[in-house]
Ligand binder design. Structure first.
Ligand SMILES: Cc1ncc(COP(=O)(O)O)c(C=O)c1O
Length: 370
């Protein structure tokens, strides 16, 4: 589970702990209207590792806040007010972010106060995205790999197509990399798998090594559309969180965790694909790097509980997908132990469903870029 993807550098990484300790003895809080050296250091680090052209950063405290800023930026910059989001997309639960989140379970109780000018198009369907566009469309927001929605990797050509559509129609492309960012998928940003650069990128989760921090990273001209004071956060960019984020980025680079995610992710996925071949209750293993999903043909509640009894905390995406977001510092031995626990639990479940399913679907590479 990896703390829903937060524990990218593991839990209490010594360099992150040291950075927090040192910073909290110097200065904990400092409003963004004043200069702070740690914040400046973080902004420089972020600009260095961000996709080319994305050089301006708004610092906040969570993923949802990073999305709120992106929405406001798109509206302010384009002067338009409609946003297209994706079916199964997840962007957080504050009102703006929830308006872009698809799951009716989260939206329904608040539907009357959600932003009405948000629309949804099926993930992967450029034709449907085109149909949803009007002269008022300000932005398209998308996760390159849908996390909460079930670990769905953007099909080849989709993000490239979105980029083209946005360029042709004066629409901004927002990538929500809150879950996929900072090396999780085997590239620093998931967008790199497709060579597509967004106009605005949202990040958070792993960014602070466990401390709450998020960021909206955009082109300079886009960020420049905010007037001073138009979008602020009292705690956003506080030195303590910035110190933790600086240390986290250093650890990711120094320990070559991006490459590690790619290498271990391939091994992990191939072991999950073995399980798919072994058990008819499993349908598919998919994902990139250490963001993997294992889709079952059954409700996985018993699997989650069985794994928990055996010391493995799993994360789900809906009723039938196990989502793996382990720390990139995980060892191959730990991955193999998880796979053995899964094999054990699936064997029990397979007995209960014996004969219900005929042929295991032996693949796991559908829809994925090479
Ligand atoms: C893609 C994506 N965007 C936004 C969010 C919201 O982040 P937070 O829970 O920090 O508000 C999440 C959280 O899971 C996420 O996965």
């Amino acid at each position: 589970m990896g703390g829903y993807g937060v524990s990218l550098v593991g839990h209490c990484h010594p360099k992150v702990v040291k950075a927090i300790k040192e910073q909290c003895e110097r200065l904990i809080a400092c409003h963004g209207s004043l200069y702070n050296d740690k914040r400046a250091e973080l902004l420089e680090k972020l600009a260095k590792i961000s996709p080319k052209g994305l050089s301006k950063v708004f610092l906040c405290n969570s993923g949802a806040e990073a999305v709120e800023c992106a929405i406001k930026l798109a509206v302010k910059y384009t002067g338009k007010h409609e946003i297209i989001s994706m079916v199964r997309g997840y962007h957080g639960k504050t009102l703006g972010a929830l308006s872009a989140t698809w799951n009716p379970k989260y939206r329904e109780p608040f539907k009357h106060i959600l932003i009405q000018s948000f629309k949804f198009a099926p993930f992967g369907r450029l034709d449907k995205v085109r149909e949803a566009i009007t002269k008022n469309t300000a932005a398209i927001i998308v996760e390159p790999i849908q996390g909460e929605g079930g670990v769905h990797v953007a099909p080849q050509g989709f993000l490239e197509g979105l980029r083209r559509i946005c360029d042709e129609n004066n629409i901004l492309l927002i990538f929500d990399e809150v879950q996929t960012g900072f090396g999780r998928t085997g590239r620093m940003w998931a967008s790199e798998h497709w060579g597509v650069t967004p106009d605005i990128m949202c990040v958070a989760k792993a960014m602070g090594g466990g401390m709450p921090i998020g960021a909206t990273i955009a082109r300079e001209d886009i960020m420049g559309s905010f007037r001073v004071g138009e979008h602020t956060s009292t705690f956003g960019g506080n030195p303590l969180a910035c110190a933790a984020a600086c240390a986290t980025i250093d650890v990711i680079l120094e320990e070559r965790l991006v490459e590690r995610a790619r290498d271990l992710g391939n091994k992990f996925k191939s072991r999950l694909q073995d399980l798919v071949r072994e058990f008819s209750i499993l349908r598919e293993a998919r994902g990139l790097g250490l963001m993997l999903g294992l889709e079952a043909r059954i409700d996985i509640y018993n699997v989650l509980m069985g794994a928990l009894e055996r010391g493995v905390i799993l994360l789900y995406s809906g009723r039938n997908v196990i989502r793996f977001l382990p720390p990139l510092t995980i060892s191959l031995e730990q991955i193999e132990r998880v796979v053995e626990v899964l094999r054990d639990v699936f064997s029990e479940e397979e007995k209960r469903f014996r004969g219900s399913f005929k042929t295991p679907l032996a693949n796991g590479a559908l829809n994925e870029p090479s």
